[in-house]
Design a protein. Structure first.
Length: 287
C-alpha cells in the first residue's frame, strides 16, 4: 500500500503557494509590497492587476483585522512588476512568528528580490507628530517567538542569518533621496516589535525609549527576518499614527490608527511611487 505524504516541508508549502499564485498571472514580480493597517489601498493602484483573496492561496494565513483587506494583488506600478499584500496576519491573532512570516516567503519565492514592508506604528520620539513617515533603520525584536525557530531548511536560507544590514543601507539611501526630491519629510529610526494585542503601557514605553526605539508596533520583524534568511533586500517604512501610551492625554484606539493612515495615504503613495521608480532607474531590480 502506497503512503501519501500529508505534511509537506516549509519549502514545499512556500513553493506550492507561489506556484498557485503564478498560475493565475503572467507577471513575475520584482518587488513585494506588504501594506499595513490603512495602507492597503495602494495595491488597488497597480496596473494590469490580478487580485487573489488569501483564502484562495494554499497555506496562506488569513487576516481578520479591520483595515486589512486580505488580498494579494499582482500588477505593475511605475514600470515595476509588483506583488502587494493588502494586510497581514499578526501573532496576537494566535499565529506563530513562522506563520506570520510565511506570506513574505511566498512573495520572495515568486521572484521579488526587494520587499517594501510597511506598518502603522505608535510614535515614541516626542518630536514626531501623528502622520510622520519613518524609514526603519533597525529594529528590536520583543515578540517572544522567532520566525526561524525550529529545523532549518538550507534550500530556503542559512541556519544563522546575519542581521547587521537587515534593512539594506543602499535602499535606505535611495528612499531618503526620493523623499527629499519629492518634498516629503521622512524621518528615520528604530522600530520595536511588541506582541500585542494590548497597546504598550506608559512604563513599557519608557523602557523601550531607553532601549533606543523610536516607534512601536506588532508586526514587520518576522517578515524582515525571513527576507534576510532568503536573501531578499528590505525597505521598511512606518506610518506614525499616534503617540505611544503616556506621551499624550489621548486614549489609544485602532480607529485612530486607521484614520491617521488614511490622512497621509497620498503622501505615502507618492513616496512608494518614487521608490519604485528609483529602484528601476538605478538597476536595483535586475531583469
Amino acid at each position: 500500500m502506497s503512503t501519501k505524504r500529508v505534511i509537506e516541508t516549509l519549502y514545499d508549502r512556500v513553493h506550492t503557494a507561489a506556484n498557485a499564485v503564478g498560475s493565475r498571472t503572467p507577471i513575475v514580480p520584482q518587488v513585494g509590497l506588504i501594506l499595513g493597517s490603512g495602507l492597503g489601498d495602494y495595491g488597488d493602484k497597480l496596473d494590469k492587476k490580478t487580485r487573489i483573496p488569501y483564502a484562495d492561496i494554499p497555506y496562506f494565513p488569513q487576516s481578520h483585522v479591520v483595515g486589512h483587506k486580505g488580498c494579494l494583488v499582482i500588477g505593475e506600478r511605475a514600470g515595476v512588476r509588483c506583488v502587494a499584500m493588502q494586510g497581514r496576519v499578526h501573532m496576537y491573532e494566535g499565529h506563530s512568528a513562522a506563520t506570520v512570516a510565511f506570506p513574505a516567503r511566498v512573495l520572495i519565492a515568486m521572484g521579488a528580490k526587494v520587499l517594501i514592508i510597511t506598518n502603522a506604528a505608535g510614535g515614541m520620539n516626542p518630536r514626531w507628530p501623528a502622520g510622520t513617515l519613518m524609514l526603519i533603520r533597525d529594529h528590536i525584536d520583543m515578540l517572544r517567538d522567532h520566525a526561524l525557530r525550529g529545523p532549518n531548511d538550507e534550500r530556503l536560507g542559512p541556519r544563522f542569518p546575519d542581521m547587521t544590514k537587515a534593512y539594506a543601507p543602499e535602499l535606505q539611501a535611495l528612499a531618503k533621496e526620493v523623499a527629499a526630491a519629492s518634498g516629503i519629510t521622512l524621518e528615520d529610526g528604530v522600530y520595536v516589535a511588541m506582541p500585542g494585542p494590548t497597546y504598550e503601557t506608559p512604563a513599557e514605553v519608557q523602557m523601550l525609549r531607553r532601549l533606543g526605539a523610536d516607534a512601536t508596533g506588532m508586526s514587520t520583524v518576522p517578515e524582515v527576518v525571513v527576507a534576510r534568511h532568503m536573501g531578499a533586500r528590505v525597505i521598511g517604512i512606518s506610518c506614525i499614527t499616534n503617540k505611544a501610551a503616556g506621551m499624550s492625554d489621548q486614549e489609544l484606539s485602532h480607529a485612530e490608527v486607521t484614520e491617521t493612515a488614511a490622512r497621509v495615504r497620498s503622501t505615502f503613495e507618492r513616496l512608494l511611487d518614487g521608490i519604485l521608480a528609483g529602484l528601476l532607474a538605478r538597476g536595483e531590480l535586475g531583469a
